[in-house]
Design a protein around this ligand. Structure first.
Ligand SMILES: Cc1ncc(COP(=O)(O)O)c(C=O)c1O
Length: 443
């Protein structure tokens, strides 16, 4: 039996309608921006394996760091024990993060990093004797993960619909989705008017709000929505005025993806809590980190053990994942990775903006190492089930025929390669995108 036949007999894949989905790609090897299949194909990974990979697949330095760590200590529980890679990674993260984020709490993935942030913010107010501050405020089009708390603070969508009864209620406000402006303006005629909705919510409910949670500058799964930095600055200002915490979910945006090490830097803001994962380990191993201010940490210090933060996972601070994270940060130290991303951004802007003239292209958005093309849909703008638009799988199949792995979010096609991609490879990808988009019928 082939690998795919064996897979079909025993596996159930994520986000996959197993009846309709094409056969999975049997990947046997990765190198740089390429994935190699069992039957000898070489496929360019244009989405960094779900946005996690930054330095390329199977990077010798990261491979070596993990192997050396495995030879010393593969894992030990993190309650009552500590180890060098966990301490060193926390030190290195704190040195790079926006100022004031000084307490690192490790977990297993992006959803748990968010789950930890939500529980931490909630208990923070209880420990401070303000239990009425228990509501979370989130933005339209938000995606924060698939565990129950993370789904609750995400926008209601096809992803969360079956689970609605188990989600807790939240307050919602507009996101700055300029292409479908929620207040009907265009960017050249606006003074970030969409921020008013958040202002109004906080004016009405501010005393009960535990935290506002955002994906700063670039909302990913909601459609690669790029923000004006003024919106993010405004969110910080309004949180301060209302006395609410600000949680920045940088699971996707962290580690250079938006062109800065962390997206909060675009608006020079520091959140009270930041969530990290994905590229934290350069896409090698599952790990999350939730980093809080000293003020939040202090609220949990007590002679009363009831105030403990009762959260943890078997694999908290896994040494192999920490070693991968340290090796990744060392690569950032050794070469100017952000300069590579700036070059990639310029090339994406030049290459993708020419697609605006195609009849089905509604918008082109580029930020850092992410380029997105939003197609106009026959379902009309802003339909919340655009993710299920049949165009996505059709496009994915067309790209795969050309040995390019892209996975559109419904009508939003995006390209987000590992940062080590060469200019010639970027040109090739843009050519494939242009060719395929030229061949699809008008809406
Ligand atoms: C902003 C954001 N938060 C959280 C998550 C969830 O991360 P994970 O898939 O590792 O659980 C994602 C995943 O795409 C994300 O983009």
């Amino acid at each position: 039996m082939t690998l795919v036949e064996r897979d079909r007999a025993c596996l159930w894949h994520p986000y996959t309608q197993m009846r309709l989905a094409p056969m999975p790609l049997p990947i046997v090897r990765g190198e740089g921006v390429y994935l190699f299949t069992e039957d000898g194909r070489r496929i360019l990974d244009g989405i960094s394996s779900w946005w996690v990979n930054i330095h390329g697949h199977s990077h010798p330095r990261i491979n070596q760091a993990i192997a050396e760590q495995a030879a010393r200590l593969e894992h030990v529980m993190f309650a009552g024990c500590t180890h060098e890679p966990a301490v060193a990674l926390a030190e290195r993260l704190i040195a790079r993060l926006p100022k004031g984020l000084t307490r690192v709490f490790y977990s297993d993935n992006g959803s748990t990093a968010v789950e930890v942030a939500v529980k931490m913010a909630s208990q923070y107010w209880i420990n401070r004797g303000r239990p009425e501050r228990r509501v979370f405020l989130t933005l339209d089009h938000a995606y924060h993960g698939d565990t129950v708390g993370a789904m609750s603070v995400s926008a209601a969508s096809v992803f969360t619909r079956p689970f609605t009864p188990m989600l807790f209620p939240v307050l919602r406000a507009h996101a700055p989705y300029c292409f479908h402006c929620p207040v009907g303006l265009t960017r050249d005629r606006c003074a970030i008017d969409c921020l008013q909705a958040l202002d109004t919510q906080l004016a009405e409910h501010g005393d009960t709000v535990a935290a506002v949670i955002v994906e700063p500058m670039l909302q990913g799964a909601g459609g690669m929505i790029t923000w004006p930095a003024e919106f993010l600055a405004g969110v910080r200002r309004l949180c301060d005025r209302a006395g609410a915490l600000l949680i920045a979910d940088e699971v996707f945006t962290g580690f250079g993806r938006t062109g800065r090490m962390f997206a909060c830097e675009h608006a020079a803001v520091a959140p009270d809590i930041i969530c990290l994962s994905k590229a934290l380990t350069a896409g090698y191993l599952p790990m999350g980190a939730t980093v809080a201010t000293e003020a939040i940490y202090d609220a949990f210090l007590s002679d009363d053990r009831n105030r403990t933060f009762f959260h943890g996972h078997s694999f908290t601070a896994n040494p192999l994942a920490c070693a991968a994270g340290l090796a990744s940060l060392a690569l950032f130290d050794e070469r100017d990775v952000l300069a590579d991303i700036a070059r990639l951004e310029r090339q994406l802007e030049r290459g993708l903006s020419q697609l605006r003239q195609l009849p089905r292209v509604g918008d082109v958005r580029v930020m850092g190492g992410v380029g997105a093309v939003e197609l106009v849909s026959s379902r009309g703008p802003g339909a919340d089930d655009l993710y299920l638009d049949g165009i996505g799988p059709r496009l994915a199949a067309a790209f795969l025929e050309r040995n390019l792995l892209l996975r559109p979010l419904g009508t939003v096609l995006y390209f987000m390669p590992p940062y080590v991609i060469t200019p010639a490879e970027v040109d090739w990808v843009i050519e494939q995108i242009a060719d395929v988009l030229r061949s699809i019928p008008e809406a």
